[in-house]
Each structure stands twice: as structure tokens, then as C-alpha cells.
Design a protein around this ligand. Structure first.
Ligand code: DC
Length: 227
């Protein structure tokens, strides 16, 4: 099926803006699967290792192409599988996130994952979150959002999230990591983080998750974003 005919919601934005939570909640309300594309980059980073970005292009392409991704279920309980196994919490460390951002600068990696993401988007409606969903992967998605928030707010949220998971986190360190990740994500040559021209930009700095969700749902229902 042509991706142009599929209902797809794209949610893009920088680290710590609340994309994953919102994508999951939105998918829950719509009853659609959600795709966390950061989790795909993180899984590749973990499986291929820190030095993968320096591999010869053909080798890197073959290694990426050898991994297969699938979605299981829908709504808030959608699970991402890699080679049939559920992707777990081991990908959620800052170190893996940093490696994922480095791998994300490799055109060949982006190309392989774009194909995998489009395959998933061709199978069912989708809430897809990441950095380039509305610009590169699903440019003709029906609904597009770009979430943003002040870096200090994002750092505080990320810090609280890590602490809630029992991980150690201090605000100054997390803020520095967020700045570094912004730098990598916004300035890479291929598919840099930026809003699609037809995306609705939503600043989440002073809004709760429920408030942002209401804005997104209203835009989806009224068709005031995307194609
Ligand atoms: O959303 P996240 O923090 O889990 O993503 C980790 C990194 O993966 C992010 O800093 C850059 C990369 N990434 C990307 O390049 N493109 C995407 N669509 C999603 C993530």
C-alpha cells in the first residue's frame, strides 16, 4: 500500500521533550501502534557497538540490513521487536543514546532504518516519533507535530525520569548531555532535527502531558496539521 494513503501521525522533537510519552498516549487513544524510532537507533547502537560509525559503508549497511524490526500489538502496549526479541530497558542509558546519535549521523544507517520504518508504516496506521519522521521518513503523513521545550525544562524532566527509574542523575550533567545531543541532532548533514513545514509546532515547556495531548488530539480530529 502507498504510504500516502495511510493515516500516520508524526511526532518529532529534541531529546527530553516528552515525545515517547505523548506518542504512547496518543496511540492509546487512537488505538494505533506506535513506533519509537529512537529505540531503533539505540538498538542498532547497542548491537553494533560504539565503533560501528567508523565501519566501511558496505559493512555497516550489511550489518544494519541484517537486523529486522517488527511491531507487536497496538496502543500504549505496542512492543518493538528486533529479530523477534522485545527491545528492553537496556537501550535507555545516556551512553547508548549518545552512541545512537553518532550512528544517526551515518547516511547508510538512516537509509536502512528509513526503509524499515516505511515498511512498518505501510502495514498499519502509525504514531511515529523521532527526529525526522515528518521531514524524511513520512513526508506525506496526514498529521504532523513538532514538539519543543526549553533545554532547562527538558533536562529537569529527563533527570526526574531517570531518577524515577532508580538511575543516578544530576541536573548539571543531564543538562550538558541534552545540549550535546541537541548539537548532534540539529547539526548533522543528513536529516537534521527540524520541523516539517506543515508540522504544528507545540511548545511543551509550560504544559502538562495531558494538556499537550489535548492539543494533539484536537489537531488530529480537526485535521489542522499535516497533509
Ligand atoms: O529519541 P531518543 O533519545 O531515544 O533517540 C536517540 C538518538 O537516536 C537521537 O539523539 C538521535 C537518534 N535518532 C535519530 O537520529 N533519528 C530518529 N528518528 C530517532 C532517533
Amino acid at each position: 500500500m502507498n504510504q500516502e494513503t495511510l493515516p500516520i501521525v508524526t511526532l518529532d522533537g529534541p531529546a527530553g521533550v516528552g515525545k515517547s510519552t505523548l506518542a504512547r498516549r496518543l496511540a492509546g487513544v487512537l488505538g494505533w501502534p506506535y513506533l519509537d524510532t529512537g529505540a531503533m537507533f539505540r538498538t542498532l547502537a547497542l548491537r553494533l557497538g560504539a565503533d560501528a560509525a567508523a565501519l566501511p559503508e558496505a559493512v555497516l549497511r550489511a550489518r544494519c540490513a541484517a537486523l529486522s524490526f517488527a511491531l507487536c500489538g497496538c496502543g500504549e502496549t505496542t512492543r518493538l521487536l528486533c529479530d523477534g526479541a522485545e527491545v528492553g530497558e537496556e537501550i535507555r542509558t545516556e551512553q547508548v543514546g549518545h552512541m545512537a546519535a553518532q550512528l544517526g549521523a551515518c547516511p547508510v544507517v538512516r537509509d536502512c532504518l528509513k526503509q524499515a520504518q516505511r515498511r512498518l508504516g505501510a502495514q498499519s496506521p502509525l504514531v511515529a516519533e523521532g527526529r525526522d519522521m515528518g521531514t524524511e521518513v513520512f513526508p506525506v503523513a496526514r498529521y504532523k507535530f513538532f514538539l519543543d521545550a526549553d533545554p532547562e525544562v527538558r533536562a529537569a524532566r529527563r533527570c526526574a525520569e531517570l531518577q524515577a527509574k532508580g538511575m543516578q542523575a544530576d541536573l548539571a550533567t543531564v543538562a550538558a548531555q541534552i545540549r550535546e545531543r541537541d548539537q548532534l541532532d540539529r547539526n548533522r548533514a543528513v536529516a537534521p532535527l527540524r520541523p516539517a513545514p506543515d508540522a504544528l509546532i507545540v511548545d511543551t515547556s509550560s504544559r502538562s502531558i495531558d494538556e499537550v495531548l489535548a492539543v494533539l488530539l484536537h489537531a488530529v480530529k480537526s485535521g489542522s496539521t499535516g497533509k
